[in-house]
Design a protein around this ligand. Sequence first.
Ligand code: CA
Length: 293
Amino acid sequence: MGSSRLYEAVDHQISLDLGGRGSRQLYEAARREAAAPLIEGTANCLQRAIEPNGPILLTTGFPIRPSNSPETDGPLGTVVLARALETLGATPVVVVDERTRPIIEALFETLAVEERTESADTAPESLLARHEPTAVVAVETAGRTADGSYRNMAGEDISSLVTPMDELFVRAADRGIPTLGIGDGGNEIGMGTITPTVERVVDHGSTVASVTPTDQLVVAGVSNWGAYGLVCGLSLATGQQLLHTGETERRLLAAAVEAGAVDGVTGVSTESVDGIPVDVHAHVVEILAHCCR
Ligand code: CA
């Protein structure tokens, strides 16, 4: 297979809509905006942004009711992507709220990667001035809606639980810093790129749709898969195998749950992501690893 066909295969794998929430239609809308497979354009953008020791900021985090614990979707993809960026010579920094921090720390430890985090309470201008990032990446990060509130997929107002990250992306874009978003539901940072489609195809779409766009948008069936797909794309672009294994996926999910993460669809503390059991995620990782081998 030529590399374009491989990117296409990665796009296909990550956009499998197992949750039946309309993510495939969101993928197709994002694809219409892009000139190439989503992973090809996004991986190329991120690869161009990598500079030796150059900081790249990553955000993640969605509080899940009723426990208000962070979900298992997002942190795994964020840390796997951070490790790939570090392998490629960049300095990844995860901007994280206090609720999500223990999960990010446990995942860094599981991957034996040096942990670099920043408090999500830091003002966006300070984050940009202190780190001078070469790119900013949102993985399953709550995005504000048209009325300024933050909504979960049921349409409930979760604003009081969210540390807003949108301004970081707006101001980075103003400075010409590449912005990347990964999501699966329509209420995440990046989905502002395709807001009308979110409003049309997602349940409660007009209430939950995020209005915060990013230069590059990856829509996946599960956001972790989108991040893994991006790591796959970086592997294809650089000729290095950067993705983890199915076995490591199992260890990461176990560590996240142990540290307090819950399933974002069921709200329950189980080794599952978006209602999908760990076995399936391990298989998806193996299929993606095959694509970039
Ligand atoms: Ca999700």
